[in-house]
Design a protein around this ligand. Structure first.
Ligand code: AMP
Length: 417
């Protein structure tokens, strides 16, 4: 059922308790924590600006890192408050706790349009345990609950679920922020009745990680294109040799079952027809973790069996061409997982050409293109094409779970329209 969004609320003068995703990468520079990438903060700005204009009193809660219930100063949200003030162009107050009398007093003197960021909610173990007493303490300063942290909505924590339940029980409204609204629209509604042809591109390391998504999307897609190391388990299931490639022998049956389902449903299910391989040779050196470093030598493209001493690292040029042609004709595209080890430029061509084909379909064929989070978002940004697709999910694990059709506690707790 559709969820209430902040467009449906009247928040004037109300204390709006907002769960945001400010889990930004930080680095210690000469004893000071510096934010390396502000994307997550920037993405919440539309929600925050909207609520400020509507005259709400904004109380923001978030987590940073894994402090495991300790007051870990390197994981304080204080630098985020400074950056947020800068980006919003207004004052942002900071409370050095997320619960307690001081927080309540500070909130007590807030005026409409004021913004307060609370300290890292994971300084308390009770957060991840979704402890009801802790959720009550957080909810003391909430008239209305808003969740804009899609990336954390697959977890039932106090700030993502518990507080919402308490606010709702008191008769208060619980709504999706604008970022959450877009995630639900593109990963949810748009894929319910997609414009056809609907092409799904799935890659990444493991079949076992993606099987639930494959299974669900087989019921909706016209074509599924498989890439990444995941493809080698499918090959293995057909008795093709995979050499030293990353495989999951225990999941051969999973792969065959997916293919059988595709055939039954008439889905065009494609595996790579060629592979970029290399021969790993022990360099005699150790990496930072003490593991041997292998030089990847004799990089070449093959079709058929992968030699015993070689390993697959990406789809080959023939597959690239075939996949790109199918993608360019799509009207809806969902992409999750790279076509190979794209982090190494020697194996990035397959992923990059899929990214370019997704962009071409979006720009020239009017396709809705949805990039389902995690490494495919990294890959498309690395290729400089991020602004040329319809939507890139901000969730990693959350996007995958949502695409699997799982109930997300942080979404389920929001009020129905
Ligand atoms: P996932 O998180 O499952 O989407 O997997 C993404 C990771 O899989 C990336 O770090 C890729 O480098 C890696 N990957 C994809 N294809 C291969 C491959 N053929 N060999 C090794 N790693 C791969």
């Amino acid at each position: 059922m559709a969820k209430l969004t902040i467009r449906d609320l009247n928040v004037r003068g109300q204390r709006v308790f907002i769960r945001v995703d400010f889990n930004v990468p930080m680095e210690d520079k000469n004893g000071q924590m510096v934010i390396n990438d502000t994307t997550r903060i920037v993405e919440t700005l539309p929600t925050l600006k909207f609520l400020i204009e509507q005259g709400g009193k904004l109380i923001l809660t978030a987590h940073l890192g894994r402090p495991k219930g300790q007051r870990e100063t390197s994981m304080s949200l204080r630098p985020v408050a400074v950056k947020l003030a800068d980006l919003l162009g207004c004052n942002v107050a900071f409370a050095d706790d997320c619960i307690g009398e001081k927080v309540e007093q500070t909130v007590g003197i807030m005026k409409p349009g004021d913004v307060l960021l609370l300290e890292n909610v994971r300084y308390y173990n009770e957060e991840e345990k979704n402890d009801p007493a802790f959720a009550e303490k957080l909810a003391k300063v909430a008239d209305v609950y808003v969740n804009d942290a899609f990336g954390a909505a697959h977890r039932a924590h106090a700030s993502t679920e518990g507080v919402a339940r308490i606010v709702a029980k008191r008769g208060g409204q619980c709504a999706a922020g604008l970022l959450m609204e877009r995630e639900l629209k593109f990963l949810g509604e748009e894929l319910e009745k997609p414009a056809r042809p609907f092409v799904v591109i799935l890659g990444g390391a493991k079949v076992s990680d993606k099987i639930k998504v494959i299974d669900r999307l087989l019921e909706k897609a016209d074509t599924i294109l498989i890439g990444g190391a995941m493809a080698y388990t499918f090959k293995l299931a057909h008795d093709v040799k995979t050499g030293k490639s990353l495989i999951e022998p225990d999941h051969k049956h999973t792969a065959l079952a997916a293919e059988a389902k595709a055939e039954k449903l008439g889905v065009n299910f494609q595996l790579p027809t060629d592979t970029v391989i290399a021969t790993p040779v022990d360099s005699g050196k150790l990496n930072k973790k003490g593991k041997p470093v292998y030089d990847l030598t004799n990089i070449r493209t093959i079709s058929g069996d992968i030699p015993d001493d070689a390993e697959g690292f990406s789809i080959g040029a023939e597959t690239e061409k075939n996949y790109a042609a199918i993608i360019r004709g799509a009207k809806t595209i969902l992409w999750n997982g790279p076509m190979g080890m794209f982090e190494d430029p020697r194996f990035a061509a397959g992923t990059n050409s899929v990214a370019q084909a997704v962009v071409d379909a979006t720009q020239n064929n009017g396709a809705v293109s949805i990039i389902g989070g995690g490494d495919s978002v990294k890959a498309i940004n690395k290729a400089g094409l991020g602004s040329k697709v319809t939507f890139m999910s901000t969730g990693g694990g959350a996007s995958l779970e949502f695409l699997e059709g799982a109930v997300m506690p942080g979404v389920a707790a929001l009020s129905d329209k």
